[in-house]
Ligand binder design. Structure first.
Ligand code: 1GP
Length: 237
């Protein structure tokens, strides 16, 4: 059986666009997730991401169990800290905040997560996470106490992404932040996609079908939709 990562690589090679719906456990009760699974199954989503900047992990296992009983999509954790790890998921985006200079988010949380991860069979996907300035302060910026990179610094962002690839990241995630006023500029997605060979995830502030297609057209391999689906579960209808 293929690993989650092999499936992502295959999709990239075949140019099959991937779409992840991000569910923030902070904003969802176990009961309300059950109601969403029909909408998830009817959507073009290929993956589910579960996580948020400030969630403390309370009902995460239950929530993922409900998701698994209602959908067959792979569930990837998208954790803001090590308390957001559940052995119920299939994999985890093991994030390194490459845009920031806060050692907690470059290595300390990762070290603390190891004993937890060693007790799970989660597939660990090393992910270079790059926060781009998007109009106002986002939760990632506030929680991580780091500054995003200026949205005009195309080459510097591409260089940062390439450094992630050289370090050994298997994925790069270009992030404007949940609910961002402005999504990552298309020219920046393009600059990064041209520079790296690993799959590129793009998210934050993407709230129309046209914006999703535009991101694929310039090189995104996976687009993440959180707020748009959260505010309107009929978004993909
Ligand atoms: C946030 O990239 C994701 O981490 C999704 O952002 O909620 O703005 O879709 P939105």
């Amino acid at each position: 059986m293929k690993t989650l990562y092999q499936e992502i690589l295959t999709a990239k090679i075949k140019r099959q666009p991937l779409l992840a719906i991000l569910l923030d456990p902070d904003k969802l009760s176990v009961a309300s997730v059950g109601d969403l699974t029909d909408k998830i199954n009817q959507s073009p989503a290929t993956h589910l991401l579960v996580g948020g900047s400030s969630f403390n992990g309370n009902h995460l296992d239950e929530l993922i169990k409900v998701l698994k009983s209602g959908t067959n999509l792979p569930i990837l954790l998208f954790p803001g800290n090590p308390s957001q790890i559940s052995s119920e998921a299939h994999g985890i985006l093991f994030l390194q905040l490459l845009s920031g200079r806060n050692p907690e988010y470059l290595i300390e949380h990762q070290i603390n997560a190891v004993p937890v991860l060693e007790n799970t069979s989660l597939e660990v996907l090393s992910t270079g996470y790059i926060l781009i300035e998007s109009g106002h302060e986002t939760a990632v910026e506030r929680v991580s106490q780091t500054k995003p990179i200026d949205r005009n610094q195309m080459d510097y962002v591409a260089q940062t992404a390439k450094a992630g690839e050289f370090i050994g990241n298997k994925l790069i995630y270009l992030e404007a932040g949940s609910g961002a006023q402005q999504a990552v500029p298309l020219a920046m997605i393009s600059a990064v996609a041209e520079r790296i060979t690993i799959p590129l995830i793009v998210g934050g502030g993407i709230r129309s079908r046209e914006a999703i297609t535009a991101a694929y057209d310039v090189g995104a391999d996976m687009v993440v939709i959180g707020t748009a689906f959260e505010n309107d579960p009929t978004f993909f209808d």
